[in-house]
Design a protein around this ligand. Structure first.
Ligand code: ACO
Length: 354
């Protein structure tokens, strides 16, 4: 049976960089709190004319180039995002069109911060079953639409306007301060190819979902649970912006990420010494430090990019992969463990030999 081997990757960071100090111009927060509680120092946001599919397309084009794969060789697309360009259709066919791929099947998946790992399993299963040979797997997000501030406030934060937020605007922005400081916009992609190499490729996955507490991390409005599915009242209440019980999510993430990582290592009879890199979802540096201690991993095996980009949701793990491949921290034959936790709740781990 063939295995899915990652043969190329690429990433695209949104253009506009916003520092913690800049954010503090429009939100009651400060650089020290954000760094200490989350590890975020800067994040990038997409300009108004750039959507999730655009970041995905740019990342995918780089991944295809790195893989040396022509567009007509791609026979399946998987697009993971929680911030699609439109309610429907999903970003998969939009990317397919913009990239000039053939009429290949496109899957859109909605597992938020675990989206890339769910996509990896989907791609791997198709390749193992012989239903696809070359799969383009993309994770991309444009979170700026969730941000509560006005364009004028944002311009002030960036220093291109002299008009500070009103007291009311600042209070409104600050209502969401535990959330807005965390996120950033980026896209990242990998190309997976069926490989007969018995050693290399995707080795194992362990994915989970538990919906009982989904309301602790969700977008309460703008959904078809409502009639109509969106309304001015929802916007007035702020129901288009995610709610997040940070402490609850933090606890769940640390518990499940450490446990699922151990499960995958144990059932593959791999020790953490044998793993070259552990790519953890970048929601909060403290979550990952906890998992690092639980797995007894040295610093050099746990790369971070949350300080530069914040939480880029479905893009964090392929972005880390791309950075590590490009700077030589991951080379062919290396064992890599990927671990994520996200809304749903969803979580999982994948073991890959590069
Ligand atoms: N700046 C300054 N102060 C703040 C900010 C801010 N941005 N946000 C909250 N505070 C204050 C609170 O008001 C509170 O003040 P009080 O003690 O006077 O009441 C205090 O800081 C502590 O607030 P907590 O929310 O308890 O802070 P915590 O240490 O839990 O950190 C955080 C918050 C960073 C959100 C953390 O809980 C976290 O990262 N949780 C997990 C997030 C996550 O993993 N999300 C999943 C991925 S997202 C997805 O899947 C869509």
């Amino acid at each position: 049976m063939p295995r899915a081997l990652i043969i190329g990757s690429g990433s695209e960071i949104a253009a506009t960089r916003l520092t913690n100090d800049q954010m503090a111009r429009v939100v009651d927060t400060n650089d020290q709190w954000i760094r200490e509680r989350s590890g975020v120092e800067t994040r990038h946001f997409a300009p108004p004319d750039v959507a999730t599919s655009d970041l995905g397309v740019a990342a995918a084009a780089k991944a295809l180039e790195a893989a040396g794969v022509e567009k007509d060789e791609v026979d399946m697309v998987v697009f993971a995002t929680m911030t699609p360009d439109h309610y429907f259709p999903g970003c998969g066919t939009i990317l397919q069109h913009k990239l000039g791929l053939g009429t290949v099947p496109c899957f859109d998946i909605r597992q938020q911060c675990s989206g890339f790992l769910y996509g990896l399993q989907l791609a791997d299963a198709h390749i193992r079953a012989g239903m696809a040979r070359t799969v383009l797997l993309v994770g991309a997000e444009v979170h700026i639409g969730f941000m509560p501030w006005t364009q004028e406030n944002y311009d002030y934060a960036l220093g291109v306007s002299d008009v500070p937020p009103t007291k009311e605007e600042r209070e409104w922005n600050s209502r969401f301060r535990h959330l807005v400081v965390l996120f950033g916009d980026a896209g990242a992609a990998v190309v997976l190819r069926a490989s007969e190499d018995g050693e290399r490729g995707v080795l194992d996955h362990d994915l989970h979902g538990a919906g009982a507490d989904y309301e602790k991390l969700c977008v309460p409005g703008t959904g078809f649970k409502h009639r109509p599915y969106t309304s001015p009242e929802q916007f007035e209440r702020g129901d288009h912006i995610p709610v997040m019980d940070g402490r609850f999510v933090f606890k769940m993430a640390t518990t499940h990420m450490a446990a699922v990582a151990k499960t995958v290592l144990e059932r593959n009879k791999v020790t953490s010494d044998e793993v070259k890199m552990v790519l953890m979802h970048q929601a909060n540096k403290r979550i990952n430090e906890y998992c690092q201690r639980a797995l007894n991993l040295p610093d050099e095996k746990v790369p971070h990019n949350i300080h530069k980009y914040g939480n880029t949701t479905a893009a964090t793990i392929p972005l880390l992969w791309d950075e590590c491949v490009r700077d030589g921290r991951i080379t062919p034959g290396d064992l890599v463990l990927m671990v994520a936790f996200g809304a749903g709740m969803t979580w999982g781990a994948s073991l890959v030999r590069a």
